[in-house]
Structure formats: C-alpha cells, structure tokens
Design a protein around this ligand. Structure first.
Ligand SMILES: [Zn+2]
Ligand SMILES: [Zn+2]
Length: 260
C-alpha cells in the first residue's frame, strides 16, 4: 500500500497538489485554470476525469480559481471550510457540490483519511491537511505567517511534507514590493520565509520522514538557490541523510513522490 503525491503547480500564480492512493485521487487546491490543470494532470498517471474530489485550503485566488470550472466539468465534490465557502471569489461560479469540513475534525474521502488543521493566514478560515493512508502520512501546509504549536504537532509524524518556503527575508525587504505588502507577508498572517520553513523542519523531524517539498516560492522574493542554501545546514546533517528534498514549481509539475 502506498500514498502518491505530486505538486502540479506551486506559487502565487496558482497552486495544486495531486494526492492518490491506489483507489482514491484528490486534488488539494485548484488555483490555475481548468485547462491548465487538465494539461498538467495529463502529464501524470491520473486523468482529470478520474479524480474523486478537490480539497481547498483557503479562498485566495491562487488556490481556488479553477475550482468551480473543474468541479462542474468533472462533477467533483469540493471540500472546504464554511469560512472559505462564504468568501470564495464570485467569479469561480458554482461548484457541482460542496462539502463543508471543520478544522480539527477528520473525515474520509474514499480510502484516504483527511485531517484538516487551522493555519495562521490572512484568509477567513484557512486549513492545512494531513492526508493518511494505512499509516502513511502526507502533510500539506502552505500560506501561513507562523507555524503555531498546533501546526508543528500536526506535521510531526508525517512521512512526506509539502511546506511553504515563500521568501528570503533580505530579498523581500530589499525588493520592489510596497512596504504594506512586505509587512503583510512578514506578519503572523502572511507567509513563511525559507529560514522559518527550515526551523519548522527541525521541529518536526523524525526518523520516518522521507521527503520534503518546499512550496509556494515567491518568484519576486525568493529563488530556488536561496531555498537550497537555507536548507543546506539541514541537508548536511546526518539525521537528514535519508530525506529527499524537492521544490514545487510554478510553471511545471514537480517530481512524483511515492510514500511506501
Ligand atoms: Zn497562496
Ligand atoms: Zn493565501
């Protein structure tokens, strides 16, 4: 038995992650366009028409823009918190069906067990997810200003992690964004920096951790080299020797990962 996942798109222009068991296939976020996501899925073993559900982390456009179209086209249920539902951008249209979940309350989709947890972000009721199959656990956590104790507790014990590494602090502060936006990104309801992501990893490391995908990298305030540089200290340490590190990409699908 295994759990397969693949980051299909990652960054401020759109996010989507495919997560599958042998029987159940879900998309976490649908933040590009329907056509784009169908194309990206076409490069994986999973066709869009064989998906079972879409899970939404929060209402920001880069996570939901294709949710309505994808849901209507493939008759997919969309799972989200009530706060997300009530604040969806109106232009995504209706979903074929919506299932509300509450953070802290686990539920099942097919043979996947979903544990949603609250995150700290400037959205109304944002969530991260642990997706579990036969004891294998994948943690998905992007768009958070701080990693609260709750987040660290939830991410500890995961075998795979998709974790935000949004910006390099110096690059953000010295960069072109207006001051209010820099403050928003650095706030407790903004986004995690590379250094903060690495400190979360230190806190949640355990011997069963196999793979880390750094995700939601800012194209303006970050660079893959800076993420790798920040994580180099971790990656050099013997306790991280068995952990595979990858980067989520904006314009391309990332490596397919199988947890077994
Ligand atoms: Zn986002
Ligand atoms: Zn967001």
């Amino acid at each position: 038995m295994s759990l397969f996942f693949q980051v299909l798109a990652s960054g401020s222009r759109g996010n989507a992650i495919l997560v599958c068991s042998a029987r159940t296939r879900v998309l976490v976020d649908a933040g590009t366009t329907c056509k784009d996501l169908v194309g990206r899925l076409g490069r994986t073993p999973v066709e869009a028409k064989s998906l079972h559900a879409v899970l939404i982390t929060h209402e920001h456009t880069d996570h939901v823009s294709a949710a309505g179209t994808l849901s209507r086209k493939f008759n997919l249920p969309v799972y989200m918190t009530r706060g997300t539902l009530e604040n969806l951008p109106s232009n995504i249209g209706q979903c074929a069906s919506v299932t509300i979940f509450a953070t802290g309350k686990s539920f099942e989709i097919g043979d996947l067990l979903i544990h949603p947890f609250a995150t700290s972000h400037d959205a109304v009721e944002p969530a991260g997810f642990i997706i579990e199959k036969d004891g294998l656990r994948l943690g998905i956590c992007t768009d958070l200003g701080i990693a609260t104790n709750l987040v660290k507790v939830r991410l500890k014990g995961c075998h795979g992690l998709v974790l935000e590494a949004n910006h390099d602090v110096d690059r953000l502060l010295g960069g072109p964004y207006p001051w209010f936006l820099k403050q928003r990104i650095r706030s407790a309801h903004g986004h995690l920096s590379n250094e903060e992501a690495c400190s979360v990893l230190e806190a949640v490391h355990h011997d069963g951790l196999r793979c880390v995908i750094f995700a939601h990298l800012s194209e303006t305030n970050n660079h893959p080299d800076l993420v790798l540089e920040s994580s180099q200290k971790l990656r050099r340490s013997p306790r991280w020797e068995c952990v595979r590190f990858e980067l989520g990409k904006q314009d391309d699908i990332a490596a397919a990962i199988e947890l077994a």
